[in-house]
Design a protein around this ligand. Sequence first.
Ligand code: CA
Length: 224
Amino acid sequence: MRVLVIEDEHKIARALKRALEQEHHAVDVCYDGDEGYAMATTEPYDIAIVDRMLPGEYDGVDIIKQMRSQGIHTPVLMLTALSTVRDRTDGLDSGADDYLTKPFAIEELLARVRALRRRQPASHTSVLKADDLKLDLNNLHVSRAGQTIELTSKEFALLEYLLRNQGRPLSKDKIIAHVWDYDADILPNTVEVYIKYLRTKLDEGFDRPLIKTVRGFGYKIEGQ
Ligand code: CA
């Protein structure tokens, strides 16, 4: 998944990016409210983690209110150093889906992110499947016909995105927007290269290939 982190404390932002990347997410970090607002309202994210107090014209509450008023329903986890009931309700009233008070353990934040991810459509289950292929989001385990398949972080993220949209053709641009972060070096054939890696690992040696090319458009994964 592609995750946006808006947090002006660099140390926390770095720790979040590192932890989320270990869970195979593509992570963009913004350090102030204005850049955060711009990214949150123009780029497609699957989850946003937004600090409440931010330098710049927009604070966390403003950003979330703007997202919601523009019809952007990306699940948002709000972070804050404030912990009165009023602060919590303000955060939730602005449209945040969950709320975490600083200081927090990274493990708790990751658990909240997983919970938000489960709330999204087509992701109520934590195991995504196509035929005999299984991707378990809890332990990041992938297998086909019971055999473990080792994937790199990017391959995992790409497979997760294909599985979440099973049967639906996805353009290369859309794949890039959800699987790679904003600063990533993308070459014209980046998606093709990673699809090839996935095919080698998932489809080779099986009668029925799961990853299909949609000519002139992109790719899809399809079970029977
Ligand atoms: Ca702050």
